[in-house]
Design a protein. Structure first.
Length: 526
């Protein structure tokens, strides 16, 4: 780093740059962006955070040493990097322009169109239940997002690190989701994912959020040139479906995976695909909808049930209030050093967010990442259209499951395991036309990435698309690229209908629209 600084001084002689990396760090420290190192148990059991725990040498739950036995010098086995929240929220009001944007959610006109979370029911309900907090528009409303990723880039590596981000929703929609506005709260180290033990790592953040709610912090407002007491609240979390189970404590790997239906669900286990299938989505339709009477296209039965009752916030709290869980991995080992088989429970824990005094009264607590799920649905749809055997959902096991359910007899395989290609699958010639159309699409700059680079017309594959690219193709380009490639009785709008049906089947957990569209400039009825 010192050599790079020397190179920059030679290139920009008029700039006043530090002479060494040590001096550069001293300047950056004055910005107040330091982080705190908190030692953790390598089995995710606990943090050495409290005053009575900082001097412990071994974990009080599993007895594992806090030090790395493979190092000669005394080095901690696992370290949590925590970035304090209060100074980062105070910095938002040090710039008058940003301080003005922090009031946007209360100053702009509201025309009834959902462009920002402030237009949603959850935001308005929170303001009604906590009028003192809503009285000052400078009080900060936050969202939390977390997911694991591999920092080394090679997918064969089993390393998983979990950053936790906070989103300030006071800012307008064109700013709150910019990467410059996101607040990095902590970096949970790997190698293994924390799982349900993530609550132990979130403890310092929850403690600080509780202080910001009860006491607040003195903050200087550069716009009005005055000091005020800023408070903050956590509105909800945003994640994909597995992470939702980790943050909320609801088990998403069983037949009762839907947190909206809760225990009022009738799942079906596919014997050949070995997956849970949720065919009860027709119960959300109106009583006179024709799909309720359609036996052939669904599971061979008529749907006469009403939608599941929407549980209140108090009902959810009563289900989890008596759950006591000891976190960590090392406590579940038998005498041979192997993990004991644990009893499968629908609630794995009571989420640590219930320690926040307002969390029980929040209308929405855990939301699903809309673009993440849409990308999964798009990939399954494209793989099925292109008939890619390893990734397509239209395979031999799926055909056997149709035969097991006694529906769609025209798709059943014969005794030798052979089956006819589905009508919505493309042939070799139509694949070329379909991929050629996508490869030649020209869009305005910034509308999406270069889709032609992701299309391989030689091997007839599509790969490397980002979530926004999948959204653009699925909503705008798919109907154009598929036109005139399928038989006349399989029209283009049926393919779009199938994609939406798959999408709603995948989003059965948010069938009551309990998700947040965070960066949508306008929404259409479709």
């Amino acid at each position: 780093m010192t050599m790079i600084l020397d190179l920059l001084r030679d290139a920009f002689s008029e700039a006043k740059l530090s002479l060494s990396f040590y001096e550069a760090k001293k300047i950056i420290n004055k910005l107040g962006l330091n982080y705190t190192k908190i030692y953790a148990c390598p089995n995710h059991c606990m943090l050495y955070l409290r005053d009575d725990e900082k001097d412990l040498q071994t974990c009080k739950h599993c007895g594992t040493s806090r030090w790395n036995p493979k190092k000669k010098k005394k080095q901690p086995a696992k370290v949590l990097r925590y970035f304090p929240l209060k100074p980062r929220l105070q910095r938002l009001f040090m710039c008058s322009k940003i301080a003005e944007n922090m009031r946007w959610h209360s100053s702009e006109n509201k025309d009834g169109v959902i462009r920002h979370p402030r237009d949603g029911e959850a935001w308005k309900t929170f303001s009604v239940m906590h009028p003192e907090f809503a009285l000052d528009p400078r009080n900060v409303r936050l969202g939390l997002a977390s997911d694991g990723f591999n920092p080394f880039g090679t997918m064969s590596s089993t390393y998983s690190i979990w950053p936790v981000f906070l989103i300030p929703y006071n800012l307008p929609p064109w700013l709150c989701m910019k990467h410059t506005s996101l607040i990095l709260s902590m970096i949970i180290p790997g190698k293994q994912m924390p799982g349900n033990s993530i609550d132990g790592y979130l403890q310092p953040l929850v403690d600080e959020l509780r202080e910001l709610w009860n006491d607040g912090v003195e903050t200087f407002d550069s716009l009005l040139n005055e000091t005020f007491r800023m408070r903050a609240t956590l509105m909800w979390t945003i994640s994909d479906f597995p992470s939702l189970g980790i943050l909320s404590g609801w088990n998403t790997y069983t037949g009762l995976a839907c947190p909206t239906c809760n225990f009022d669900a009738e799942p079906c286990r596919l014997p050949h695909s070995r997956k849970w299938c949720f065919m009860g989505h027709r119960r959300f339709l109106s009583r006179n909808h024709r799909f309720r009477l359609n036996r052939v296209r669904f599971d061979g039965s008529i749907e006469e049930r009403n939608p599941p009752l929407k549980l209140s916030r108090s009902d959810i709290f009563r289900q989890v209030e008596n759950i006591n869980v000891t976190f960590g991995r090392g406590i579940h080992l038998d005498g041979r050093g192997k993990r004991c088989r644990q009893e499968v429970k629908q609630w794995n824990k009571r989420s640590i967010f219930f320690e926040l005094p307002y969390w029980e009264s929040n209308l929405l607590r855990h939301n699903l990442d809309f673009m993440h799920i849409e990308k999964n649905v798009f990939e399954y749809l494209i793989y099925t259209l292109l008939n890619e055997k390893p990734k397509s959902k239209d395979n031999l096991n799926a055909r056997k499951d149709l035969k097991e359910m006694s529906i769609r007899q025209d798709l059943w395989p014969d005794d030798n395991g052979r089956y006819h290609l589905a009508l919505f699958s493309l042939t070799r010639d139509t694949k070329k036309l379909f991929l050629k159309t996508l490869k030649n699409v020209l869009v305005p700059n910034g509308y999406s990435s270069n889709i032609s680079r992701c299309v391989d017309d030689v091997q007839h594959k599509i790969s490397g698309l980002k979530s926004h690219d999948c959204h653009i193709i699925m909503e705008q380009l798919l109907s154009l690229a598929i036109r005139n490639l399928l038989p006349n009785h399989v029209e283009c709008h049926e393919i779009v209908l199938v994609s939406h049906m798959v999408f709603m089947k995948y989003l059965y957990v948010v069938i009551d629209l309990s998700f947040v569209v965070m960066e949508t400039q306008s929404t259409s009825p479709e």
